[in-house]
Design a protein around this ligand. Structure first.
Ligand SMILES: Nc1ncnc2c1ncn2[C@@H]1O[C@H](COP(=O)(O)OP(=O)(O)OP(=O)(O)O)[C@@H](O)[C@H]1O
Length: 257
């Protein structure tokens, strides 16, 4: 495993509409699986887009193994795989054809190398059997796994995934968690979720973002210790089973009333 060390220093992002999506975030992220937890609008996607070099911060710096993210984009991109929150496919292509197309875009010029990498990626996300079926026949969960496979092309050392389990049923969510845990033995993964159980299942460490600020960073059991002696009343028990963070807001509001 190649060691990855990400340094985030006083990072801020203010969008053109004046929305302060990230406000003075400082933290270190090391090798392993790192989770980013937070309610809708907390700033998770913004942070991941910055780490994936898709957008630039308005303040602060990020380094990856000592290299500045903004000035060394090209070098850092070579080590990066990114699964955005919204991901488009050509439904008429087969899974294999779609990934081959992405492999070309990623600059894997050699045809045999492309084929090998696409097959390996499809194997890893358990889509090998349907590699020659059109994407229009894939379920939502299978498309999400295809998105993961796309992010693995080019053999990245750092994989950034934005809500890879969003909208999935429990079986598919489990599939993605298994893929993340398995990959996390070999490469560094940073992924966002608003589901606490995702964090417990896969992450060695995680951070909670709240309204653009860092509310917590540590290991899952450290958060559990912090919560000892506190109680929450959550009415939507179906969603609560998985620790959906969006419920915390309503619980807090109820306490405030
Ligand atoms: N392109 C943009 N222009 C203006 N404001 C934006 C833009 N993208 C995001 N925001 C705002 O920045 C804040 C953080 O959004 P972000 O998408 O990073 O949160 P998130 O935690 O990923 O939310 P979700 O879980 O809903 O995806 C929100 O208030 C959002 O409305």
């Amino acid at each position: 495993m190649v060691l990855i060390m990400i340094g985030i220093n006083n990072l801020s992002k203010r969008y053109n509409n004046n929305c302060m999506a990230l406000d003075d975030i400082t933290c270190r992220i090391g090798t392993g699986v790192f989770g980013l937890l937070g309610e809708n609008g907390a700033g998770k996607s913004t942070l991941l887009k910055i780490l994936a070099t898709m957008i630039e911060p308005t303040g602060g710096t990020v380094t990856v193994n000592g290299l500045d993210l903004c000035s060394e984009k090209a070098v850092i991109r070579k080590q990066l795989g990114y699964l955005p929150q919204e991901f488009g496919f050509y439904a008429r292509l087969t899974g294999f054809e779609m990934l081959e197309y992405f492999a070309v875009i990623k600059g894997i010029a050699n045809k045999q190398a492309r084929k090998t990498q696409v097959n390996e990626a499809m194997e890893l996300v358990n889509l090998a059997e349907v590699r020659n079926k059109r994407i229009s026949t894939y379920s939502f969960g299978m498309k999400q796994r295809l998105g993961c496979a796309q992010a693995l092309l080019g053999k990245p050392q750092l994989l950034i995934m934005d809500e890879p389990t969003a909208g999935l049923d429990p079986v598919e969510r489990n599939n993605i968690r298994n893929i993340i845990s398995e990959l996390g033995r070999k490469i560094t993964i940073i992924y966002s979720t608003h589901i606490l159980a995702d964090i417990e299942a896969c992450c060695s460490e995680f951070a909670i973002l709240r309204q653009g600020s860092l509310a917590f960073k540590g290991k899952p059991d450290e958060l559990a210790k912090l919560a000892t002696g506190m109680s929450w009343q959550i009415k939507d028990t179906a969603r609560a089973k998985d620790g959906d963070m969006s419920l915390m807001e309503s619980a807090r509001q109820e306490e405030d009333e």
